[in-house]
Design a protein around this ligand. Structure first.
Ligand code: ADP
Length: 497
């Protein structure tokens, strides 16, 4: 039993990664699958493609590492969150495509529910906001639009699941209909205080209880794969949503520990220990994980456009050819030359929450070059992250003294140095940037005794580099103030359209 296999089912691809006892990545396999955009604002996946790509990478990674199922101690699952699948229990067939977390088709329903005054109760029980992002209104949409679905749902013939539950159903040949607490905590149907589905929430969102999966801890999970899949049964022993798994994968196990994933957007989670923290700045309270009956909570904030601003420099402005070139170009000037770039392409998320804000570049003079714009673009990522981290600190009363970085854009040294400067705290970049898959591996490995305890993992998160603040605090204060001014000018821009 040399390995834990992590299944990382993401928004654009399915991955399978093998981890050894030292927490090292031994082999990785990845397959993309199609995104389905039937109308503007709608995003769907084919649940069967999710499963077939996931099964294919599972087999491929074992072939790559030349191992059989006998070498696997357990499997862990981590997944894109909030995305919903509804299927028929009798034949395992989805009744509709998966509606993806990005899908906005239920925006009107959400504003209606908010107007009806449900938000305070929903917020108090779930830690979330009423928004199409979360699962509940997507489930309702399927039940209301697929012929016969509501009737079948009431009688218990249909099953709902987030992607973890769908994979679990498939891995176990339909013997388990379960989801873990972190995924449940993103549905708007789950009370994060009691750890149960909640009848008031089910009523508000008009969802029959009979379709819900059983909620289990993140670790241990006691399911087994069906023997035909790998030649023998393997325990599926740990589950968590992707951002929570990344928090654990970076070993942010102590209260006050915080990680940021620098991807297309940025996702920050702060470990708030044994209590959920309710935000005054529209951040989200969520379950970090439940390990052996002990729930750890997290405060979460997201930035919509982060690495995507670098994509725009490449594909829109065409001043770089690769994302990595952003560092060379931005590094060719000592600073942004007074240029501020607010990449509010799709409005602003936490803590500003302005859907009408639009992108702005301010402070351009005759001397401004593409390099200054590139530098301002990288700085904009660091500024947005700093805005959320400051809000988190204010909400939780927890001083944030270090930040763990992962995700594709965390490869950019200049970005992480700028982050350390703006936050005036060290930014820690681990050697393995696959924190998400690693977190799922930890949950599974802890469950089956592959690793004895979280404490025993402490030396596994080897640092690649720690970025320490170098900029003078006065200069930081001036830049942060000017950024906030730039943000204020980008707000409420698109209000008439
Ligand atoms: P996601 O999981 O959201 O698809 P990834 O973690 O794979 O994102 O990161 C991809 C994002 O990171 C892209 O938006 C890309 O522009 C950005 N990115 C990748 N490498 C770099 C780099 N060296 N510097 C800045 N941004 C980068």
């Amino acid at each position: 039993m040399q390995y834990i296999l992590s299944l990382d089912q993401g928004t654009t691809s399915s991955r399978a990664i093998l981890f050894d006892k030292q927490g090292r990545m031994t082999a990785l396999s990845q397959k993309e699958f199609p995104q389905i955009y039937p109308r503007p604002g709608w995003v769907q996946h084919d649940p069967d493609q999710i499963w077939t790509t996931q099964r294919a990478v599972l087999k491929e990674v074992m072939a790559k590492a030349q191992i059989s199922a006998d070498s696997l101690a357990a499997i862990g699952i981590t997944n894109q969150r909030e995305t919903v699948v509804v299927w028929d229990r009798t034949d395992g067939r989805p009744v509709y495509n998966a509606i993806v977390w990005q899908d906005r088709r239920t925006a009107d329903l959400c504003s209606r529910l908010r107007k009806q005054g449900h938000e305070p109760m929903v917020r108090q029980k779930t830690g979330l906001l009423i928004d199409p992002y979360f699962s509940a209104t997507k489930i309702k949409w399927i039940l209301d639009h697929v012929e016969g679905a509501r009737q079948k749902a009431r009688t218990g013939r249909l099953a709902f699941g987030t992607i973890d539950a769908w994979l679990m159903w498939k891995l176990t040949g339909g013997r388990y209909h379960i989801t873990d607490v972190t995924n449940a905590s993103r549905t708007l149907l789950f009370d994060i205080h009691t750890g149960r589905w909640d009848s008031d929430l089910l009523e508000v969102f008009d969802i029959p209880e009979a379709i819900l999966p059983e909620v289990v801890p993140s670790s241990p999970v006691s399911a087994q794969t069906e023997p035909a899949l790998l030649g023998r049964s393997i325990p599926v022993a740990g589950i968590a949503g992707d951002q929570q798994a990344a928090l654990l994968g970076q070993l942010c196990c102590q209260e006050g520990a915080v990680k940021n994933t620098y991807g297309t957007g940025c996702f920050m989670l702060l470990n708030t220990g044994q209590r959920p923290v309710f935000s005054a700045n529209q951040l989200i309270a969520t379950i970090g994980w439940n390990i052996r009956g002990q729930t750890t909570y997290a405060l979460e904030g997201s930035v919509f456009v982060a690495g995507a601003v670098v994509q725009w420099l490449r594909d829109g402005l065409k001043i770089i050819r690769t994302a990595a070139e952003s560092e060379t170009l931005a590094g060719s000037v000592p600073d942004s030359g007074g240029v501020y770039f607010v990449p509010a392409f799709v409005g602003l998320g936490a803590p500003h929450w302005d859907p009408y804000a639009r992108g702005a570049v301010l402070g351009i003079t005759r001397d401004t070059t593409g390099a200054h714009i590139a530098r301002a673009a990288l700085e904009s990522i660091a500024h947005q992250v700093a805005d959320v981290i400051e809000a988190m600190s204010a909400d939780s009363g927890i001083p944030i003294t270090r930040l763990g970085a992962d995700g594709g854009a965390a490869a950019n040294d200049l970005l992480l140095q700028t982050q350390a400067d703006f936050l005036q705290i060290p930014i820690e970049r681990p050697k393995v940037l696959e924190s998400t898959a690693r977190g799922a591996a930890y949950l599974a490995g802890l469950a089956v005794g592959f690793w004895p305890s979280l404490e025993a993992l402490a030396d596994q998160c080897e640092m690649d580099r720690i970025f320490r603040p170098q900029m003078q605090p006065e200069q930081v204060a001036q830049k942060r103030a000017q950024w906030k001014e730039a943000v204020s000018r980008s707000k409420k821009w698109n209000i008439e359209s």
